[in-house]
Design a protein around this ligand. Structure first.
Ligand code: AGP
Length: 372
């Protein structure tokens, strides 16, 4: 009913709008004023966490994209090697696991069969499993050694939005907590990140307030045959997430690439007028990443692409090469997905609406996939 949708036409629109609150609720009570994390709910002891010598993340779809981003954060902040794999591939390749492996299973529903089978396999090999989940008491957390709940509230639309942002928050918290219990030196970078996590709800709100041009652009692209998404570093999984949203909602061909891979093949796809969305890393963080992506934008534009550039406020270097410029608030490199994903959700939702598709219930899809 309209009341359930809180006045929005679709659950997806409501859930996109709820993201600042979902992120704030997921942070609530977990970071102290001194910047120290309290995750007492994790039933894995500090001594077990200190013994961990490898992290393996398993998940599907959007949750897998959250896992890809988590890998960058975990390895950078804790120096523990981290792998991430789609759950449906995991157990069939005989992965190397033992009692020093921490497996993180990410799932909104907690009922995804592929993820459940992956975690059962991991536990049989003696690994400890931590679930990141949005559904209290569902099967995945019940079968795990520990759980960190995301507090997105019920997500009804098939296309995941607010659950994804809260999965990112949970992954950042786990990475920071691993660093904390293992005595990683808390330098200025990490303290700044912890503070910035607290600012994320405000940043997301700012993005939501500036989405009208994105909706307009989406409507103008309703007849496009294909859209490409490019990113580097954590912008790469964000690009994949943008493409997945477009596939499931607008039934359009879309692909997300690592921008550096362009020249190894995908650049052959670029033709006059092809819309290409580029997620630009902050020029302040690792500026080499930024320089490289600016040349990627130039390369595709020279070949006729219509460039849709997502870049932080104040990044002027990209402006001359952007046919459409979407601004996001300045953040640190690793936290950018919390803001850069939002325009991609809005873009896909509006494009699907323009095509007359059923936004909350795309064809052929179920909210949780309970078969392998
Ligand atoms: C996301 O928009 C999808 N509908 C889908 O990829 C989903 O993220 C995936 O099936 C995993 O679901 P889960 O988080 O409930 O395990």
């Amino acid at each position: 009913s309209a009341a359930e949708k809180g006045g929005y036409d679709y659950f997806m629109l409501k859930e996109i709008a709820e993201q600042p609150k979902a992120v704030a609720d997921t942070l609530l009570g977990r970071i102290g004023t001194d910047g120290r994390l309290t995750l007492d709910e994790l039933r894995i002891s500090a001594s077990d966490l200190r013994r961990v010598d490898k992290v393996v993340i398993v998940a599907c779809g959007t949750a897998f994209h959250a896992g890809m981003i988590a890998k960058y954060a975990i390895e950078h902040w804790t120096r523990i090697p981290c792998e991430v794999e789609v759950a449906s591939e995991f157990r069939y390749r005989d992965p190397i696991l033992d009692d020093r492996t921490l497996v993180i299973a990410i799932s909104q529903s907690g009922e995804t069969m592929d993820t459940l089978m992956a975690l059962r396999h991991a536990r049989e090999q003696g690994a400890k499993v931590l679930a990141i989940c949005n559904t209290n008491g569902s099967t995945i957390p019940r079968e795990s050694d520990a759980v960190l709940y995301t507090h997105a509230g019920p997500e009804v639309a098939v296309a995941s939005t607010k659950a994804f942002l809260t999965q990112l928050v949970a992954c950042y918290l786990v990475a920071l907590y691993l660093g904390q219990v293992r005595g990683t030196k808390w330098g200025d970078e990490i303290l700044a990140v912890i503070k910035e996590l607290g600012d994320a709800p405000t940043h997301i709100e700012q993005v939501l307030e500036t989405m009208e041009p994105v909706r307009e652009l989406a409507r103008s692209l309703a007849d496009a045959k294909s859209v490409l998404f490019l990113g580097r570093h954590v912008g790469f999984p964000v690009a994949m997430e943008g493409a997945l949203k477009l596939k499931e909602l607008a039934y359009m061909h879309a692909e997300g690439f690592a921008a550096g891979e362009l020249k190894h093949g995908p650049i052959a796809l670029i033709e006059e007028g092809l819309p290409v969305v580029v997620v630009v890393p902050s020029p302040r963080g690792r500026s080499i990443l930024h320089d490289k992506i600016v040349s990627n934008i130039q390369e595709i534009r020279a070949r006729g692409a219509r460039t849709i550039v997502i870049a932080e406020e104040g990044d002027e270097a990209v402006a001359p090469y952007a046919d459409h410029l979407i601004r996001i608030p300045a953040t640190s490199t690793l936290l950018q997905p919390l803001v850069s994903t939002v325009p991609l959700q809005v873009f896909a939702c509006e494009l699907a609406t323009a095509k007359g598709h059923e936004v909350d219930q795309p064809r052929n899809l179920a909210k949780s996939v309970t078969v392998e």
